[in-house]
Design a binder for this molecule. Structure first.
Ligand SMILES: *Cc1c(COP(=O)(O)O)cnc(C)c1O
Length: 396
């Protein structure tokens, strides 16, 4: 007997739960890619994507995942031999820096480790030390999905301005967009990258790069940009195929249209408030469990935590045992730890993550927490009482 039958819940930090309406919109025959509905639909996506990122700037869509969006953004503004500053706060910050290095950039890494947000003083110091203004861009991950740290992009903009440094502020909002509040223009990000399979609730396959006029000018001064990554024709196409440098991602566009409709109907303020409230319930439950056992939230200070993902520490092999139990016995798949230990290190089995991004409700979060509570008991992992009561109180 198993209690895992019924609708399975993938509670990992991406791909996120997809709304049935998104899936149904994708279930259709191939549309004409030269004229008609799909062309109009694509144009209708742009203003709503801008509303989600809170920008009046440009947006280019790529067929690709978040890694593709990383590369697309870099390819438009950083030439081989140029320098980028990478204030990393987890595996994803490190990864974006590695990609820049592979593209020939000089990477100046400030590694903040696995449990801390960006230290603005260290960043300001690095910018001030760069008297020749060799640093062309700062690669900032808003929410690092590995550590679940949330960085303060407003404060980063402030120290860049204080240092009088002209580098581009590039923000990775792949985990955070449409979950954690993010306001590209008001916060002063020049470039924002994201993907479609997290807060945007669409199956993996689309990457987005938003860029402002300053970034567009940097692009114009580049010696060359590959035709595929070039954001200029994608953002301002003369003919439809230029949007995608070839065949459009037809079905993803239909899915994205519905996902954006859902976000617009809910309203971005309400979307952010929902994620805030649900994350608060998860943290309350974790605090209660941690009072009587080994569970620990990876990020101690609430102000530095993401509202989209929560990284947790259980130690020894407990996280893997718990994940196996909830997956096979309760129909809830929890996320693996990422970047906290090497996969061949036994310590790897002590980390896990909860995804709470996108199409999630109070009922789903309470179900996930209930499955964890049962799993902790079934796996004989010590934990404090009252987690579900505490989570429920946080929801009202
Ligand atoms: C998921 C994620 C990525 C990578 O996206 P893929 O679609 O897996 O390539 C990069 N950065 C952050 C912050 C992410 O959450």
């Amino acid at each position: 007997m198993t209690l895992a039958n019924g609708r399975h819940y993938l509670a990992i930090p991406g791909p996120s739960v997809m709304p049935d309406a998104v899936l149904q919109a994708m279930h259709r025959p191939a549309p004409n890619i030269y004229a008609g509905e799909l062309v109009d639909l694509t144009h209708s996506l742009m203003p709503d994507l801008r509303r989600v990122a809170r920008t009046e700037g440009n947006v280019a869509i790529y067929i690709g995942n978040g890694h593709a969006a990383w590369e697309a953004a870099l390819a438009n503004v950083v030439a081989p031999g140029e320098t980028v500053l990478v204030p990393a706060t987890g595996r994803f910050g490190i990864g974006w820096g590695e990609m820049a290095a592979d593209l020939g950039a000089e990477v100046q890494l400030i590694d903040h480790g696995k449990r801390s947000p960006m230290d603005m003083a260290r960043i300001e110091e690095a910018l001030r030390a760069d008297k020749a203004h060799k640093i062309k861009a700062v690669l900032a991950v808003h929410v690092d999905t590995a550590t679940s740290v949330r960085n303060d992009i407003v404060a980063l903009r402030r120290v860049m301005d204080q240092a009088g440094h002209p580098a581009l502020l590039m923000a990775d909002c792949i985990a955070s967009l449409a979950c954690d509040r993010f306001e590209m223009d008001a916060w002063g990000a020049d470039v924002t990258v994201t993907g479609c399979q997290k807060g945007l609730m669409v199956p993996p396959g689309l990457g987005f790069v938003f860029f402002n006029e300053k970034a567009a000018r940097v692009r114009q001064a580049m010696p060359r940009v590959s035709r595929y990554w070039d954001w200029a024709p994608r953002a301002n196409p003369q003919v439809y195929y230029q949007h995608f440098c070839g065949t459009a991602p037809t079905h993803h566009l239909y899915g994205l249209r519905v996902a954006l409709d859902m976000l617009m109907d809910e309203g971005m303020e309400a979307v952010w408030a929902r994620h805030e409230k649900l994350a608060g319930a998860i943290w309350e439950a974790c605090d209660a469990w941690s009072k009587g056992g080994p569970l620990e939230l990876n990020i101690a200070d609430r102000a530095n935590r993401s509202r989209a993902v929560t990284a947790l520490r259980l130690g020894e092999d407990r996280a893997t045992r718990l994940r196996d139990w909830t997956d096979s016995q309760a129909g809830v798949t929890l996320g693996i730890g990422l970047g906290m230990a090497e996969p061949d290190d036994p310590a790897w089995h002590g980390f896990f993550r909860l995804g709470h991004m996108g199409h999630v409700s109070a009922g789903m979060v309470m179900g996930m927490l209930g499955a964890i509570e049962a799993g902790l008991t079934a796996c004989d992992i010590a934990h404090g009482p009252g987690a579900l009561e505490a989570a429920a109180r946080a929801l009202v």
